[in-house]
Design a protein around this ligand. Sequence first.
Ligand SMILES: Cc1ncc(COP(=O)(O)O)c(C=O)c1O
Length: 382
Amino acid sequence: MTRIASKLPEVGTTIFTQISALAQAHEALNLGQGFPDFDGPDYLRERMSYYVDAGYNQYPPMAGIGPLREQIALKVERCYQRRLDTDREITVVPGATEALFCAIMCSINRGDEVIIFDPAYDSYEPAIRLAGGIARRIPLASPDFSIDWSRVHDAVNANTRMLVLNSPHNPTGAVLSAEDISQLKSLVSQYDILLLADEVYEHLIYDGETHHSLLLHDQLYQRAFVVSSFGKTYHVTGWKTGYCVAPPALTAEFRKVHQFVTFVGVTPIQWALADFMAEYPDYASKLAGFYQAKRDRFCQAMTQSRFRFRPCRGSYFQLMDYAAISDRGDMAMAQWLTMDIKVAAIPISVFYEQPPKQRYLRFCFAKDDDTLLEAAARLANL
Ligand SMILES: Cc1ncc(COP(=O)(O)O)c(C=O)c1O
């Protein structure tokens, strides 16, 4: 039989798929994979059905339908005071994952280095390697998963082409600070590097903190791809729709790849989102309160347990340190929790090149309150 030389030999099925399958097989509460167990807004789903029935079922324009790009522009102006050119700076994509892939593919050449921070969302490194690039992984610093800028300066060299940022951060819930933005500005004033900002959790930020989007800073935006996901904002992760905002020259390169990866996103979804955003422009501004209440409910209930944690600052993930409960490795611990305790969680070592010493599991709190309380009750018995 003919074989191919794998380009990603050590990559298997993602941990999210594995744990979700295990959770299903063992009827565990799934606080593993990052998706809500509640539905998106009624009006959004109604508009989706409407457009399917009304025959909006053929290819949309490659960059996304005009009305949705218009709504994205309005939202960016409202949230980040930046006026975008809807034709030349916004591309609608079938999922943030595709945007991350296209941004990397269009800008990384063989031998280029890309700085990413450990723990890192799992799609970054494979995309870098498929582009022929080299991922330089820098661990986030304990205990708050902040960026150690001196290590970034040490890592940058003549081959460094891009730096990938993710704020709010999956899996740690860390967020970029004003000081990080100053450091970033200083870095890009010294080195000619591109920025890829994964901001899919842009609206999920708590305790009155603000999201430091790269869109707020001209010096940063001029060299950035900024990626967001409607799946996260409107509780419809299965719709796989997001967008990439970048200055015209970068958008032009981005689209050269996008048009040959998926060409377009799904038509009726785009129309439904455009209608929803026009009708409920403030929806996203209520998300932080909604998810903060869930975080607090879960964390409050977990104070009864032997897990140790600091409430996360953003995203819908909460890390829990289980060192007081078990000395198992995190993979074994996640499997045991899923199969025996019937609560699924994600081991965070899979997000690292060098797994950390701390024993953390990631719990997703985008779940109904009853599910969160039941999960916490089971975990409190350990
Ligand atoms: C940090 C991060 N980036 C990107 C994505 C992908 O988003 P999408 O489902 O829109 O492709 C996710 C999804 O979990 C994520 O957590």
